[in-house]
Design a binder for this molecule. Structure first.
Ligand SMILES: NC(=O)c1ccc[n+]([C@@H]2O[C@H](COP(=O)([O-])OP(=O)(O)OC[C@H]3O[C@@H](n4cnc5c(N)ncnc54)[C@H](OP(=O)(O)O)[C@@H]3O)[C@@H](O)[C@H]2O)c1
Length: 253
């Protein structure tokens, strides 16, 4: 019984890997930083007694995603966590095209393809696609990131519903966190202006929700309120609020 976790070298993905190991899953850990994955392997194998495979992979290359799937064809994958992803704060015209294309490949194309390939192979199990609260409204100064997560929400809910109608015992859960204390901001070049949730708490709520077959998990009461407010507000309100939130992230603290 294997679980594959992408983006396991840091933050939410690393915590999810630890939690799945505690539940007895053998793991396949994926990200680019091999050394980090090897450290986590050693820690988990010692503390949980499960087997851990390390697969260093740059998921922004579609050929690598296919190769990863082929390398995993011998495993009985019951849990797939599509967590790897990153954002970048700034005006659309200021962010380099290559950077945004890499973001779209990592945040959209890789989870799309891994879901497609593994679904065909899985007989039962769980898929978690990590999205964001940013998925629920357009995000000026984080336009491509927000759009990439909106794709994940729409796609995951639709495919999850198809599986339900086909009575297949595979459940797709979309995780939509608000601010979480990880390396996300170092990569995105910003900082949060509100208190971020710990990655441990976020991962715990996510894993519990997934195994309870929840279609969507929004960790934290306040973030659930933000979600409902965002659903009700017109774009004329959401756009300036969203702009101010992202803009503040790049101002001096
Ligand atoms: N933190 C937040 O506030 C927040 C809020 C909402 C949603 N999220 C989402 O949560 C997910 C996890 O992010 P995090 O907050 O835990 O940030 P993080 O600490 O920066 O972790 C991101 C992970 O993704 C991996 N990754 C990035 N690009 C990759 C690539 N091209 N190929 C393979 N792996 C790649 C990184 O590993 P390597 O660098 O080793 O490759 C790392 O393990 C992301 O999808 C993010 O969008 C985060």
């Amino acid at each position: 019984m294997h679980a594959l976790v992408t983006g396991a070298s840091s933050g939410i993905g690393r915590e999810i890997a630890r939690l799945l190991a505690k539940r007895g899953y053998d793991l396949i850990l994926v990200s680019r930083r091999e050394e980090r994955l090897r450290q986590l392997k050693e820690e988990i194998e010692t503390s949980c007694g499960v087997a851990v495979e390390v697969k260093p992979c740059d998921l922004s290359r579609i050929g690598n995603v296919r190769k990863l799937f082929e390398e995993c064809s011998g495993y009985d994958i019951e849990v797939l966590i599509n967590n790897a992803g990153f954002g970048k704060i700034g005006f659309f015209e200021d962010i380099e095209e290559e950077h945004e294309l890499e973001m779209i490949a990592t945040n959209v194309a890789a989870p799309y393809l891994l879901t497609k390939l593994f679904l065909d192979k899985m007989k039962r199990g769980y898929i978690m696609n990590v999205s964001s609260l940013a998925a629920f409204q357009p995000n000026p100064k984080m336009a491509v990131y927000g759009a990439s997560k909106a794709f994940i929400n729409s796609f995951s809910k639709a495919v999850g519903y198809e599986l339900k109608r086909q009575k297949k015992p595979i459940y797709i859960c979309t995780l939509c966190p608000g601010p979480v204390d990880t390396e996300f901001n170092d990569v995105a070049k910003g900082h949060f202006n509100v208190k971020a949730m710990s990655h441990g708490r976020c991962a715990r709520i996510a894993v519990e929700g997934m195994f309870r077959k929840k279609r969507m998990v929004i960790p934290g009461f306040l973030m659930k309120l933000v979600y409902f407010a965002s659903k009700l507000a017109p774009d004329a309100m959401r756009l300036p609020i969203s702009y101010c939130i992202q803009d503040k992230k790049t101002r001096q603290q």
